[in-house]
Design a protein. Structure first.
Length: 734
């Protein structure tokens, strides 16, 4: 290659407005090439042996003498005029060179181009832009690699050194231009330019432009590859709701530093943050805060890359939930502070369920409370998400508009915008797989799929499989269960929109008590209510809660309540009197701490935002203060003869063959058993029938009842069993 080779021709445009960013970039690089040609020619003119193949690998005595005789290693290359080193963007006093400098500078970038927007966003003066172009040239045109190697006097160093960059920009090595490469200078501090080889003298250090900056100037808007899996750019459709809350947040962004904290009170802070940034013309960059915190030694690099990306994309950062970052811990607070400092000047919206601590960051944010959207707002979000999901997965156009019964089925769910969008997509895909419209059951399954696994590690998860028709209960008890379901379904409207539970830090939860003897259907009723609401049932395992060490029980319960508030499910405390028992008179330290546990539970249940069911065999054992905080109390009495007959029939089912002489009315009238015991008897009798390879007989049923009586410790009376007792004893050989 000869140094006289020309650069690729710059396409001509008939109108200045038609000039593309790439054409502008090529035009600026052509100017850089002209200065490189000038430098190469000057170097060849003073080089006694320009064609020496070992040039740059040794120094001759003559070369040493020339170096000693020269005052400066580089001769400045003339630029395009004698303009002062001032910024066209209003920087009268530059941080590294005064406005009175007589050193020449490059022309300002083409107004409105990507290069111009980059200079404005990062606060670059024309000299910074020129230095950036010099450093970036080898990444766009490979000819610059060899030319820079020649000018560096080392063909293995194919990027410009600081001294060479200053020479090409017409600046002396000892001038103020060298300060444009300090760590706090705009080019370096912003991450646009990397200065490598720190062990070398300053003028010999190599300059490198990050790949993302080069790609951006060439027209690529994809985020930095280092941020893959860490930053998500929502689709434009996510910012089209135009909710009033989003307009409030957008107004808060313009009040100062651009730092806003959304206090999550059960609303959709992430979705509102995306909308607010879209409203002010910013590209939302949603950060996976947990992945960032887990990056380890790469965290600092990723934070700098994120800050650079936000400025390049004219974006804003959405950060949360802050609980995942754990800013109460020193390392979490340091990471949050470094993030806020790195993106200073760029909108940053953080959200979480806890108040912002002023000690976390140098600047305090504008606080904005995010409340639940209410039934109307939630219905609008569901309609939009379902319609867009149906179109995206390819459902027929006639099925793209969700019906009213689908919107009604979502009334009891609490989801943020991301969860709602995912649930709508899953429901649409389930419908597409069977070539039918979306059904409420699809929505229920999709919403359950959004529940995190955190609560499942602390409680036993049950997917409801029984419905109202499977219950055999008195009318009064069924009425109470129905009331529980309607309270859960309409709590956002009653407690949120209408404000029927004001003040006192009270949550929007629904708490119910199921009281009755063992086996009367309490757990099964909770499962029925969960299925009616399209939720899952989580049974708290007391063995994972109660701890002999002081304070540990409360910590375990707090973890359960926190996880339960983020899932669409019902929390079931079976045998609740074990932890919700009465407070007693303090006689020793054990009594004191037992009362402290009860006091904690009283406060926590009142601030709970989910749905919880407590079951107990002895209602009198519960503290009266708990009773006052209950929304629904359902009594589960022992079933009467008519209900027992229905229970016997349902527990035996329709698949097991029955002997014509099977007398279920006798069993219902004589044996006073709860539903759980009747089910146990039915299962035992079924095993006996399977062993005999014959239909279920009365003898087998009575044998099963006798076993249940002995298991319960009840007396076996002839007045209850009648002639069947004698037959059983005869078979037993008595």
């Amino acid at each position: 290659m000869t140094v006289t080779e020309s650069a690729p021709p710059v396409p001509e445009a008939t109108d200045a407005s038609e000039v593309t960013d790439v054409e502008i970039l090529w035009e600026r690089l052509a100017r850089v090439e002209e200065r490189v040609r000038h430098a190469v020619a000057a170097r060849r003119a003073t080089d006694p042996e320009p064609d020496d193949p070992y040039r740059g690998q040794y120094l001759t005595p003559e070369a040493v003498e020339r170096i000693l005789e020269s005052r400066d290693a580089f001769a400045p290359v003339p630029l395009y005029g004698d303009e002062q080193l001032t910024s066209p963007y209003g920087d009268d006093q530059l941080p590294y060179a005064t406005g009175q400098s007589t050193e020449p500078s490059a022309p300002a970038p083409h107004p409105g181009s990507r290069l111009d927007r980059l200079a404005r966003s990062f606060g670059l003066v024309p000299l910074d832009v020129e230095l950036l172009l010099v450093a970036m040239a080898p990444d766009i045109d490979p000819r610059f690699e060899r030319l820079y190697g020649y000018l560096n006097d080392d063909l293995t160093r194919r990027r410009p050194a600081i001294g060479l960059a200053l020479e090409l920009c017409g600046l002396p090595a000892a001038g103020s231009g060298r300060f444009r490469f300090q760590p706090s200078a705009p080019l370096v501090a912003s991450g646009l330019l990397e200065v490598t080889d720190p062990e070398r003298p300053l003028l010999s250090r190599t300059l490198r432009v990050t790949d993302r900056v080069t790609a951006h100037l060439l027209g690529d808007d994809e985020p930095d590859g280092r941020l893959r899996g860490l930053v998500r750019v929502p689709a434009p459709a996510d910012a089209r709701n135009d909710r009033p809350e989003a307009r409030r947040i957008a107004a808060a962004l313009a009040t100062g530093s651009g730092l806003v904290h959304l206090l999550d009170r059960g609303g959709d802070p992430a979705g509102l943050a995306v909308e607010a940034l879209g409203a002010v013309g910013r590209r939302p960059l949603v950060v996976d805060i947990a992945a960032l915190a887990a990056a380890g030694e790469r965290t600092g690099e990723l934070v700098r890359a994120l800050a650079t990306e936000a400025r390049l994309a004219h974006g804003g950062v959405v950060l949360g939930p802050l609980e995942a970052l754990d800013p109460e811990r020193p390392e979490g607070a340091r990471l949050l502070a470094s993030l806020c400092t790195a993106v200073s000047g760029t909108p940053l919206i953080a959200y979480g369920k806890k108040n912002w601590d002023p000690l976390w960051t140098p600047d305090s944010p504008v606080p904005v409370a995010v409340l639940p959207p209410g039934p109307t707002g939630a219905a609008h979000q569901w309609r939009q998400a379902l319609a867009e999901a149906a179109r995206s997965v390819g459902l027929p156009e006639t099925e793209a508009t969700p019906a009213d019964h689908l919107i009604e089925a979502t009334a009891s769910y609490r989801l943020d915008s991301d969860q709602l969008r995912k649930a709508a997509t899953v429901a649409s895909r389930l419908a597409l797989a069977e070539r039918r419209p979306v059904h409420p059951d699809d929505l229920r399954a999709a919403v359950r799929a959004q529940n995190g696994a955190g609560l499942e590690r602390l409680a036993r998860r049950i997917e409801p499989a029984v419905g109202w028709d499977d219950l055999v209960l008195p009318p009064a008890t069924r009425t109470q269960l129905t009331e529980l379901a309607l309270r859960a379904r309409h709590r956002e409207q009653v407690l949120g929109q209408w404000g029927m539970r004001p003040g006192g830090g009270r949550g929007r939860g629904v708490i119910a008590l199921f009281a009755g003897e063992s086996g009367t259907g309490k757990t099964m009723s909770a499962e029925v209510v969960a299925r009616d609401l399209g939720m899952e049932l989580y049974v708290v395992d007391l063995s994972t809660v109660v701890d002999k060490y002081i304070g540990e029980t409360e910590k375990n319960l707090e973890r359960i309540f926190v996880e339960a508030s983020d899932v669409n499910g019902i929390l079931l405390f079976d045998e609740a009197d074990a932890i919700f028992g009465k407070r007693s008179q303090v006689k020793d330290a054990h009594d004191k701490h037992a009362n402290m546990e009860s006091a904690y539970l009283l406060q926590r249940m009142e601030s709970f935002d989910g749905i919880a069911v407590l079951t107990t065999n002895l209602r009198a054992n519960l503290d009266e203060a708990f009773t006052r905080r209950l929304d629904v109390i359902a009594e589960f009495p022992m079933p009467d003869a008519e209900q027992r007959l229905a229970l016997w029939d349902r527990c035996l089912g329709t698949e097991i063959p029955r002997d014509p002489a099977l007398d279920l009315e006798f069993c219902a009238g004589r044996f006073e058993l709860a539903g759980g015991s009747i089910r146990a008897c039915a299962v035992t009798a079924a095993y006996l029938a399977a062993e005999s390879r014959s239909p279920l007989t009365m003898d087998q049923l009575v044998t099963a009842v006798l076993q249940e009586y002995r298991k319960l410790g009840r007396l076996v009376l002839e007045s209850e069993f009648g002639p069947w007792l004698a037959k059983e004893r005869a078979r037993a050989g008595r």
